[in-house]
Design a protein around this ligand. Structure first.
Ligand SMILES: Cc1ncc(C[n+]2csc(CCOP(=O)(O)OP(=O)(O)O)c2C)c(N)n1
Ligand SMILES: [Mg+2]
Length: 339
């Protein structure tokens, strides 16, 4: 699949026009700006903890755009700012999770930030327990298959999650029943401080797909168009009834695992220097400039528009109240109605 990707300068994959490319880049810039703000709010003592999507943005937005959110399902994990923005979660909603404010939509501010369900954008509840979302996704896909739906379920997970038992069980079941699932592995080569070669004895996560009887592709996750093509092909396979695909996007984790971590303690200097050369925002900006779709002045304007949005969202969320003590037991017990 990945081998057939056309990288010539003006080539656009089916379904994408120049405006779509700019819009995807705009979402990446907003995601980065928001992500930086959350890090700052953590250092100010306002946001308890955050896991950053910096470095994963191109892969995440390309995956969402290659699918059809009006019918498809997305099961996410904790590092997915850009997926969430791409699906229509607003900056105010996201920030209200980090600041644990009243009215936060995913868990009413009771959970680890951004955990819980978001029914308006059809996001399923997920756990911080690594890889639990994979068997859930396979269940969703099984339900769709039983209903003869054409929906595709995409489940996101990291390279570390790839070595959990849940991942094996999910892939095995999906392979046996040829379920319409895309296993989307965001391989940033680290599970907190554990490097890839200590997590698995093979070079790529994608190579494991052959054990489950479906294709696996390993691609550059900083290449927005390449990811779009690979996910589009996986979605077409799933909709045709041909079963799952494992898409491994090779990305960089530009920041430490979370705001609680310091990766200079375990990442070699040349590794940190190398990853900075693979910033998907810069790579995507250069691609757009080289195609004549963006000037550096327009880029600067686009970045200040994102900053304005994030500043306004921060002010809005700062002014929102915290949940009051009398709401402590809300959503925990059945209230009224039949039991
Ligand atoms: C079952 C389980 N084991 C350990 C942890 C602690 N933990 C949280 S995130 C994480 C690393 C996961 O790495 P990876 O899947 O590569 O995702 P990344 O954070 O790099 O995107 C670990 C070990 C956990 N939450 N759940
Ligand atoms: Mg990882």
């Amino acid at each position: 699949m990945a081998d057939s990707i056309n990288t010539s300068k003006q080539y656009l994959p089916d379904g994408l026009g120049p405006d779509d490319l700019l819009d995807m880049y705009r979402t990446m810039v907003l995601s980065r700006t928001l992500d930086e703000r959350v890090w700052l709010l953590n250092r100010q003592g306002k946001a308890a903890i955050a896991a950053s999507a910096q470095g994963h943005e191109a892969a995440q937005i390309a995956t969402v755009r290659a699918l059809d959110p009006s019918q498809d399902h997305f099961l996410i994990y904790y590092r997915q700012f850009t997926v969430m923005l791409g699906l229509g979660t607003t900056p105010v909603e996201l920030l209200s999770g980090f600041l644990a404010k009243e009215g936060e939509p995913m868990s009413a501010a009771r959970q680890f930030p951004l955990h819980g369900a978001h029914p308006r954008v059809d996001l399923f509840s997920f756990s911080n327990v690594v890889a639990t979302q994979l068997p859930h996704a396979v269940g969703v896909a099984l339900a769709d298959k039983m209903r003869n739906s054409t929906a595709v379920t995409t489940v996101f997970f990291g390279d570390g999650a790839a070595s959990q038992g849940d991942t094996h069980e999910a892939m095995n079941f999906a392979g046996v029943h040829r379920l319409p699932v895309i296993f989307l592995c965001e391989n940033n080569r680290y599970a907190i401080s554990v490097p890839l070669h200590k997590q698995m004895p093979v070079d790529s996560v994608a190579s494991r797909a052959s054990a489950y009887g479906f294709p696996g592709v390993s691609i550059d996750g900083t290449d927005m168009l390449g990811v779009y093509e690979a996910v589009s092909a996986a979605a077409a396979r799933a909709r045709a009834g041909d079963g799952p695909t494992l898409v491994e996007v090779n990305v960089e984790r530009l920041l430490p695992h979370t705001t609680d971590d310091d990766h200079t303690r375990y990442r070699p200097e040349d590794d940190i220097a190398g990853m900075k050369l693979r910033d998907p925002l810069e790579i995507t900006r250069d691609m757009l400039v080289s195609r004549g779709l963006l000037t550096l002045e327009q880029d600067a304007a686009l970045r200040s528009a994102a900053l304005k949005t994030v500043n306004e969202a921060t002010d809005t969320v700062d002014a929102m109240p915290y949940p009051t003590v009398d709401t402590m037991y809300d959503h925990l017990f059945a209230e009224g109605g039949a039991r």
